[in-house]
Each structure stands twice: as C-alpha cells, then as structure tokens.
Design a binder for this molecule. Sequence first.
Ligand SMILES: *[C@@H]1O[C@H](CO)[C@@H](O)[C@H](O)[C@H]1NC(C)=O
Ligand SMILES: *[C@@H]1O[C@H](CO)[C@@H](O)[C@H](O)[C@H]1NC(C)=O
Ligand SMILES: *[C@@H]1O[C@H](CO)[C@@H](O)[C@H](O)[C@H]1NC(C)=O
Length: 283
Amino acid sequence: MWRLFILTIVCSTIATSENSRISTRDWDILIFTQSWPNTVCLQWKEKYENHTCLVPIRKNEWTIHGIWPTIYGTHKPGYCNTTWKFDESKISPIEDELNKYWPNIQNGSSETSLWEHEWEKHGTCAASLPQLDGEMKYFKQGLAWAKKYSLTDMLSSSGINPSDGKYTVQDLVDAIKSSTNKNPAVECMTDKETGEEYLLEIRICFDKKLELIDCDGIEPLQQGLLTNCAPSKEVFYPSNVPPVHKKPPLSDNIIREGNAKKQKISYLDTLLRIITFLQWLTL
Ligand SMILES: *[C@@H]1O[C@H](CO)[C@@H](O)[C@H](O)[C@H]1NC(C)=O
Ligand SMILES: *[C@@H]1O[C@H](CO)[C@@H](O)[C@H](O)[C@H]1NC(C)=O
Ligand SMILES: *[C@@H]1O[C@H](CO)[C@@H](O)[C@H](O)[C@H]1NC(C)=O
C-alpha cells in the first residue's frame, strides 16, 4: 500500500515539475538519431503482413531518422508550430542527397512522408535556434552530421560490422565513444515472437551551439548505459533484413511452452527496466 502511495507522490511531483519545466524553457538537447535500415524494414514488415520495404540507395549504410529537440527524460516537445507545414520545394536543391542519406524505406507510404513527419514534429521545434530555423537548414544539418559522424565507419573501425553474430551494447557504446568521446544512446527493436534484440537506432547528442555532448539524461540508464535494449541479451546488427516471424498456431503446445519461457525472461527484463527507471527518477 505504502509503495503505491510513494509512487503516486513521485509521479505527481514529476508531473508538476515537468509542467513548470515546459513553461519555463523550450528544450534541453538535440538528439541526432540514425537508423539501421534492415531493422527498420523488419519493424515495418511486422506491422502488417503485406508491407514491403524499399532498398536504400546506399546499401548496408546507416540512414538518418531525424534531429530531435528534447527535454531531458521526455519525448517532448513536438509539433511546435502547426502552421509551418512541410514544403518539398524548399529542399529541392538537396533532394538527391536526402534520398541517399535520409531515405524512406517504408514502401507504400509517400516518398516524402518521413521528411514531412520529421520537419513538422521536430523541425518546427528545432527552428527556435537561428541555425536551424527553416527546412533547408534543418535537413542540411542532418546531412552534415550523417557525413561527419558516420555510424557505419565508426562501428567498422572498432571491428563491428553487420553480420550474423551478436554484440553487447557495451561493445557498441565503446565503439562510438572511441570516435566521439561522448556517450551515445543505443536503441533496439525486440522481436516479439523470438525475443531477439535487433540494433535499430544509435543516437548522438548536441547542445544549442551544435557541439557534440553526452546524451546523459535523455533516458534512464540500464547497467550504466543509455539503452532500451534488454540488459541480459546481446544484440544483432543484421547484414540482411531478418526473417519476419509469423505467430505460431495456438494448437502447437511445444511452441507455446517455448514462448512461456521467453515470456518469463522478458518479464524479468521488464522488471529490471522498471527498477532502473525508478532509481533514475529518484536520483
Ligand atoms: C495492407 O493491408 C491493409 C489491411 O489489410 C490495407 O489497408 C492496405 O491497403 C494494404 N497495403 C498494401 C500496400 O497492399
Ligand atoms: C512497393 O509496393 C508496391 C505496391 O504498393 C509493389 O507493387 C512494389 O512491388 C513494392 N516494391 C517493392 C520493392 O517491394
Ligand atoms: C509559425 O510558422 C509560420 C510559418 O512559417 C510563421 O509565419 C510563424 O511566425 C511561426 N510562429 C511562431 C510562433 O514561430
């Protein structure tokens, strides 16, 4: 009972301080997120059976997801100026480059839908900085950072390459840090059927002067690392789009037992995540 009470107090305190935070400052840090297209494709295919992916022009290279102005510990703000709609003509001079470095691989959605989403949700918030106050500046900055901080190169120079093998999150973090000297965040996608973890995104962070800084504070630490990957597992960095696992027939008892075991493991992971999150909250 008292636990619930404390939790309620903690939550309402956070909610209140959050609100006052939002009213007193816009955002704290810029997160530059790059995606691993093979995992993005898996995620897209798992959403609907009939989904297909477009192969990026630069095969087996990381792609840009977006530049996200962020208040520490939140996914806010977003859609800061809803009247500032995406206008493709504003970026036509750099569209070929965007197609290479910032492609939309979700077949069936419009070609410009990723750019439109990133601009309207995040770009309109980044626009509070003079260096990013327009589509051209926002997208050009993404291109510049993708070239300067190539994840493909940074990982590869530490011997981490797309393969059938797995890596620890620590190895991935160390590889990035050996190039940037700053803490990145490493995000996974969990295959719900198999429990496998796939490398999905790596985030590096910048301050309002557009200088590289640690990502500390953007999300809770798990065993000292900024990650949502299950702490007990190693992570695939797949060289191909992994197979989509269809749901097993419910009549198959053996498969069901196997899933029950995996379920238990993922409960443990979830518990561990909640505990680390609470520790982080109370720091
Ligand atoms: C995929 O299936 C969904 C629902 O069945 C449908 O709405 C959608 O149009 C389909 N998409 C394609 C590309 O066929
Ligand atoms: C993309 O989707 C269309 C149908 O919406 C389909 O005809 C085409 O083959 C798909 N492309 C790929 C590369 O799968
Ligand atoms: C929102 O965007 C519009 C269109 O670019 C602009 O005219 C307006 O000044 C912006 N509003 C704010 C509060 O920045």
